[in-house]
Design a protein around this ligand. Structure first.
Ligand code: HAM
Length: 420
């Protein structure tokens, strides 16, 4: 049997890596501007880290985690998301003692046993950021602004919508849940099996159900935004005001419930209509109870994560051109002597920062020129017998289709000419 990758897992091939680098570089640049530092944490954690953070009634914990028993009997899980592990690391490394404000970002692979489809994988990459410490609404706003600025930087905002809402806190959410139960209970029989169970354990999840009838019933359910306590309302208004003050466009979507249970107050999602049903490219919110829940001191926090595959897919649609890898110089040679002369020439050019490709065998000049074309080389250097005799290199400007002989000893001094 032919060996192959696991369903829902995929390779990122060299032809698309430039887009990945472009997105990752922009994220790092913008996040660093806002004072965030990178953190790298393990992909494998004790299962508790996730089951205690994400909520036992969430789809992720109920059916999507890659969990297995280690040789010593402990239960381990491949991280389905980054936040829980970051909080674990925050507590374990006593980061709270070092500073009252901690700003972290991370990139890496996450694992969820979902049904694969376009834009949805079982192994996928996220870039995320967590701002731990401040409870003030200006920190929520700053984080959302940073995320939007990142999308502006990679020119995707024309294809995106930012939606925000508030999920209340421990004061107002229990009462709201009670209202939801009262609303859904008389229609219980019409809800799907999952939602009938959700009614008992977490009625908020019903608002997120994708079943047609459940959606219809949920459409008229009471809204969290109409049931916020005064503090939560003030907090939400402040976030909106901050966003307006810098001209970040947003809409209010009271139906956002998020697929994880740790959220309090502000939640947000950035979606697109270009990717079919997997329309969320980034999402996040405030999670003021999580640090304490995992055994740390009571600490507020807010964060987000974005799906790299979805961003790259959207980018391919929005900006189809301009991401091919280009070579500055291709050195074509004819004969063994020329090949030997090409070797140190390539070495010295690369040392000067010029990207150089060349052949290794003894192909015809025609096939070497073909490869130079395919690689999109800006210049091709040709070294044949005649050039060797005269101590020159024939430099062909591939765009202008112009040729010029340049002395071997002058080439390195001219290296800047060959760079874009
Ligand atoms: P999430 O909404 O579960 O939030 O995931 C964030 C983003 O990851 C999604 O908007 C989507 O772009 C991407 N994503 C999720 N699942 C998949 C998948 N199966 N295939 C491809 N992309 C996917 C979180 O993970 C939270 N940790 C965000 C957060 C950080 N909240 C606070 N801090």
């Amino acid at each position: 049997m032919k060996i192959k990758s696991i369903r829902g897992f995929h390779d990122i091939l060299p032809e698309s890596i430039k887009r990945w680098h472009f997105v990752e570089d922009a994220a790092k640049r913008i996040f660093e501007l806002y004072g965030f530092s990178e953190i790298r944490i393990p992909v494998l954690e004790f299962t508790d880290v996730f089951s205690r953070s994400l909520g036992t009634t969430t789809d992720i914990v109920e059916k999507e985690m890659y969990t297995f028993t280690d040789r010593d009997g402990s239960s381990l899980t491949l991280r389905p998301e980054g936040t829980a592990g970051i909080v674990r690391a925050y507590i374990e490394n006593s980061m709270h003692a070092k500073s009252s404000i901690t700003k972290l970002y991370y990139t890496g692979m996450m694992f969820r046993h979902e049904r694969p489809q376009k834009g949805r994988f079982r192994g996928f990459y996220q870039i995320g950021a967590e701002l731990i410490g401040p409870q003030e609404p200006s920190s929520d706003a700053e984080l959302v602004v940073m995320l939007w600025r990142f999308f502006e930087e990679i020119e995707l905002t024309p294809f995106l919508v930012l939606e925000i809402s508030s999920l209340g806190d421990q004061n107002c959410r229990p009462q709201y849940k009670e209202k939801l139960v009262q609303y859904f209970a008389p229609q219980k029989e019409e809800l799907c099996e999952d939602c009938q169970r959700r009614l008992q354990v977490n009625p908020l999840r019903i608002l997120d159900c994708k079943q047609k009838r459940c959606k219809e019933i949920a459409a008229n359910a009471p809204s969290m935004l109409d049931n916020l306590c005064e503090e939560c309302e003030t907090h939400f208004n402040y976030v909106k005001e901050n966003l307006l003050s810098v001209g970040i466009p947003f809409t209010i979507n009271p139906k956002i419930v998020r697929g994880l249970d740790y959220y309090t107050r502000t939640v947000f999602e950035i979606t697109t209509d270009k990717l079919g049903s997997q329309n969320a490219v980034a999402a996040g919110g405030r999670y003021d109870g999580l640090v304490e829940e995992l055994g740390g001191p009571a600490t507020a926090a807010v964060g987000f994560a974005m799906g790299m595959e979805r961003i790259v897919l959207l980018q391919e649609i929005a900006l189809p051109e301009g991401f091919q890898k280009k070579v500055d110089v291709f050195i074509a040679y004819l004969g063994e002597e020329a090949k030997k002369a090409a070797f140190p020439l390539a070495f010295n050019l690369r040392k000067k920062g010029v990207s150089v490709e060349t052949d290794y065998g003894s192909k015809s000049l025609k096939s070497q020129m073909k490869r130079a074309d395919k690689l999109g080389a800006n210049f091709t250097f040709i070294i044949g017998e005649e050039e060797l005799k005269q101590g020159v290199v024939k430099v062909r400007d591939m765009k202008e289709s112009k040729e010029e002989d340049i002395k071997f000893e002058d080439i390195i001094n001219l290296s800047e000419t060959f760079q874009p």
